[in-house]
Design a protein around this ligand. Structure first.
Ligand code: PGA
Ligand code: ZN
Length: 421
């Protein structure tokens, strides 16, 4: 029998659309014995230090660069040599932030390459990345109500209200609990006189005309009721996406829906009070992306109990994470591969985060495709949490992929145990 070959034979790129109807890129990497297909998500509340999604000429320019520059270099290389592939992408680009070829293109090539290597060996991507014996499934962190840049009109300023089914015993149970909380919120909102008509934002979370406080109360009620009804504890958290409401000029966080402005110290007090009052288990980006110091203060206060998570703060960047580790800023980190551009670099950030005791949260973006690779990344990286929404075809695609894995590998999977340090 001839040996399996993971040598790349072709790299093709195609323009497709994401869940917001924006143009994005899908890449196919073909090896002698396998195929990988990956498409890139896009953010709406992007961090200042992220990779540039696409070059000035947009998706078309990225695709042209695949044909003219990238494919000729990658064909003949070994898809198993992920690090060389990713370094080659860096070299071809020649900038710090993938400004020439686009971070989203780099992401799609990098992940399609990994999948092509896995497929050549007839393995699932998660097995290829993270082994086959000890399959840890992440807890799903699900967006149930939202506002900010992910919705339109009069909605809460806090971008995401997120449920975490900590009492679930299996992934199936966890996914079901998230759906139950989402549904329960819909029922509560229908009974309230707030003009609710079933509208949802970019990530499938309810978008409704509530103040931030009212929204907290509604989610809290739903989480408590579902916990009581099922006997399985659900908790919730927030992604404040504070860089989106930070006014550099005025030096305040602007809560436009509530008509309130908070100075950094007041923001710190507000967030602490909300964590205590609602027993939050997770708070993402409670401060502006440059304010490591406030992250440090909040983390000090809640260490070991609450995940204080950096998204725009860290942008999946190892250097920025190192700064956080030194300062004791945050104890959890969002991992979005397209923030940094390549699988190799994201993996290095994950390794560093784990070593320092940070919880890693592999995450979707607000503009997604039906690509399911982040489900595989979460398992392969042994990430305790996958943040991928509750409803919407492009969100549920990731959840369903893990349900398939839980079913196919029955008896060999376990739900990840979350340790907050
Ligand atoms: P995004 O942000 O819109 O940039 O994907 C989502 C998030 O802040 O987690
Ligand atoms: Zn975020």
């Amino acid at each position: 029998m001839r040996e399996i070959s993971t040598i790349i034979e072709d790299v093709r790129a195609l323009k497709i659309f994401n869940s917001r109807g924006e143009e994005t890129v899908e890449v196919e990497v073909e090896t002698v014995d396998g195929l990988g297909v990956a498409s890139a998500p896009s953010g709406a509340s992007r961090g200042k230090w992220e990779a540039i999604p696409f070059p000035p000429g947009g998706v078309e320019e990225s695709i042209k660069k695949v044909e003219e520059l990238i494919a000729p270099k990658l064909v003949g290389m070994d898809a198993e040599d992920q690090e060389s592939i990713d370094e080659t992408l860096r070299e071809i680009d020649g900038t710090e932030n993938f400004g020439n070829i686009g971070g989203n293109l780099a992401f799609a090539i990098s992940l399609a390459t990994a999948e092509a290597a896995a497929d050549s060996h007839n393995l699932n991507l998660f097995q290829y990345l993270g082994g086959n014996l000890d399959i840890e499934l992440p807890l799903p962190l699900g967006n149930v109500l939202g506002g900010g840049k992910h919705a339109r009109g009069s909605v809460p300023d806090i971008q995401e209200f997120l449920v975490l089914p900590v009492g679930a015993r299996t992934f199936e149970e966890a996914a079901e609990l998230n759906v139950k909380v989402h549904r329960k919120i819909g029922e509560i909102l229908l009974k309230k006189n707030v003009g609710f008509n079933g509208g949802r934002g970019d990530e499938g979370a309810w978008a409704v005309n509530l103040s931030n406080r009212e929204a907290l109360d509604v989610v809290n009620q739903a989480v408590e009721e579902v916990s009581d009804e099922t006997g399985r504890e659900c908790r919730f958290g927030l992604d404040i996406a504070a860089s989106s409401i930070w006014s550099e000029d005025k030096g305040v966080y602007v809560y436009a829906r509530d008509g309130v402005e908070r100075r950094p110290q007041e923001q710190l007090e507000f967030v602490s009070e909300v964590i205590d009052k609602y027993r939050l288990i997770y708070v993402e980006d409670p401060f502006d992306e440059e304010d490591f110091e406030s992250f440090t203060e909040l983390t000090k206060e809640f260490r070991g109990k609450v995940m204080i998570c950096g998204d725009d703060l860290f942008v999946t960047n190892r250097e920025r994470l190192r700064r956080g580790i030194e300062l004791g800023a945050a104890n959890a980190i969002i991992i979005k591969v397209n923030q940094i551009g390549t699988l190799t670099e994201a993996f290095k950030t994950v390794k560093e985060a784990k070593k320092a005791g940070y919880v890693t949260v592999v995450s979707h973006r607000s503009g997604e495709t039906t690509d399911t690779k982040i489900a595989h990344l979460a398992i392969g990286f042994h990430s305790p949490i996958l943040k991928s929404g509750v409803l919407g075809g492009e969100r549920i695609a990731k959840i369903n992929e893990i349900l398939r894995i839980e079913s196919v590998f029955e008896g060999r999977t376990k739900l990840s145990s979350l340790q907050i340090r």
